[in-house]
Design a binder for this molecule. Structure first.
Ligand code: FIX
Ligand code: ZN
Length: 424
């Protein structure tokens, strides 16, 4: 880059140009057809907007849920974009998407926006969005327990290699009593007893699905009440099945900690909340299982400092993302700054958690703006200390943050991390 170009411009250009590997979304490869959500109505009925809209409308929950998707989108548009200014992060995101795709919602109405999206075939839509978001790969969330998704895996569908699988196992770890009949129906011979034989059947199930979907890591979301070690089915399953499985397949286990499900069930998927987790559980998981690698994110802002400190103690722990309620510009800035200041570039600052294809655009544009700001500040601090960074060093760092560090962590060969015995 030419001499005299401001640091923020050099960083901004590199951050904008560097493709990102999005490690966790709820998107599907287009081969999964209607499971891949896209377009204006799906953008508007996103659960983040559902919960915001109920604060601005009087309509009873039942009436809202009985309405069609188009009608629900209309209610939300009216409440959040017409009757009030769309200043929240999730609302602004919808506008960032429309603007990036060349639409001006002030000029048309919902009908014309719908017509624009309806004319776009899925494959072309995917190309446009991935280009506009500059995303090179998308991590899916794949649950064998999901009745809509499972049939796609049971036949062989054409796959888009940019969408990679991650095995999601919440029902197995969090509702063992109901997971057992599900597994039994599918040919796994087990009972709810905590026996070695049952653990072996769970491992067979995990291995079958890891191979079937080509999963890159295994994942669970956990309530604030999660403890480890503890005398629970969850702990037994972790120790006897899930962690041995991850070691066998040399894959990380991802924990999303601190979600309190169904705080208000009337809001359905929008009704989940947050609770502070006990990160001693994560500390003990890392120290009792030195041959496992853990990816972790926390939903509670209060846990995120502790997570960074833990990552300084365990190189087998990789913090990722600013999840859900922490994915607002102010919190992304705070969290990313803290991680850079305490971990350097050895973490993954963001995942999009997109549920609607088009959201890749806003989630990554908004993140890139914050990463540019925070990285520029850190490089300025280096300059003040007499160390000026070159463009190729900036490029190296951004590549690390946008998927490089994750890939190296994920692929790290299994090695013993058992504490070294003191020689004296
Ligand atoms: O558990 C998860 O993976 C969460 O991300 C979801 O449950 C949540 O609904 C979501 O979409 C958050 O962004
Ligand atoms: Zn998610």
């Amino acid at each position: 880059m030419a001499a005299g170009v401001p640091l923020s411009t050099r960083v901004g250009d590199i951050v904008t140009r560097t493709p990102v590997l999005d490690i966790h979304t709820h998107l599907y490869d287009p081969g999964f057809r209607s499971l891949l959500l896209r377009g204006i109505d799906d953008l508007l009925v996103y659960h983040y907007l559902v919960s915001e809209s109920f604060r601005q409308m009087d309509i009873p929950y039942d009436r809202f849920w009985a309405a069609s998707k188009t009608e629900q989108a209309g209610y939300i548009w009216d409440a959040l974009f017409v009757k009030h200014s769309p200043v929240s992060e999730a609302c602004t995101g919808v506008l960032t998407v429309l603007h990036a795709l060349g639409m001006d919602p002030r000029q048309g109405d919902l009908k014309s926006l719908r017509a624009w999206f309806a004319a776009l075939p899925a494959d072309e839509h995917v190309e446009r969005v991935m280009k506009a978001a500059n995303v090179s790969a998308v991590g899916m969330t794949n649950s064998p327990f999901d009745d809509e998704e499972r049939p796609y895996w049971e036949q062989s569908i054409p796959r888009d290699p940019r969408f990679f699988a991650a095995l999601r196992i919440d029902p197995l770890l969090l509702s063992w009593e109901t997971a057992v009949p599900f597994l039994r129906q599918r040919g796994y011979d087990l009972t709810t007893d905590r026996t070695a034989r049952n653990a072996a059947e769970v491992r067979r199930f995990l291995a079958d699905w890891t191979r079937r979907i080509g999963s890159r890591y295994c994942m669970v979301s956990l309530p604030p009440e999660f403890r480890y070690p503890a005398d629970t089915d969850t702990n037994w399953l972790l120790d006897q099945a899930v962690l041995p499985h991850c070691r066998e397949f040399n894959q990380p286990f991802a924990l999303m900690m601190g979600v309190r499900r169904a705080v208000n069930p009337s809001l359905r998927m929008a009704g989940d909340g947050v609770g502070r987790s006990d990160l001693n559980a994560l500390r003990d998981l890392c120290s009792a299982n030195p041959e496992n690698r853990f990816l972790a994110t926390c939903l509670s802002r209060e846990n995120l400092h502790e997570l960074v400190v833990l990552a300084r103690k365990f190189r087998t722990l990789h913090p990722f993302g600013c999840w859900w309620f922490t994915n607002t510009p102010q919190l992304v800035e705070e969290i990313t700054r803290m991680r850079l200041e305490l971990l350097g570039t050895s973490f993954t600052p963001q995942h999009s958690d997109a549920r609607v294809l088009d959201q890749l655009i806003y989630k990554w544009r908004h993140t890139r703006a914050v990463v540019t700001k925070v990285l520029t500040d850190r490089y300025q601090a280096l300059e003040a200390a007499g160390w000026s960074v070159s463009d190729s060093e900036i490029q190296r760092d951004v590549t690390e943050l946008f998927g490089g560090a994750f890939d190296r962590f994920r692929e790290k060969p299994l090695q013993s991390e058992r504490p070294v015995q003191s020689l004296d």
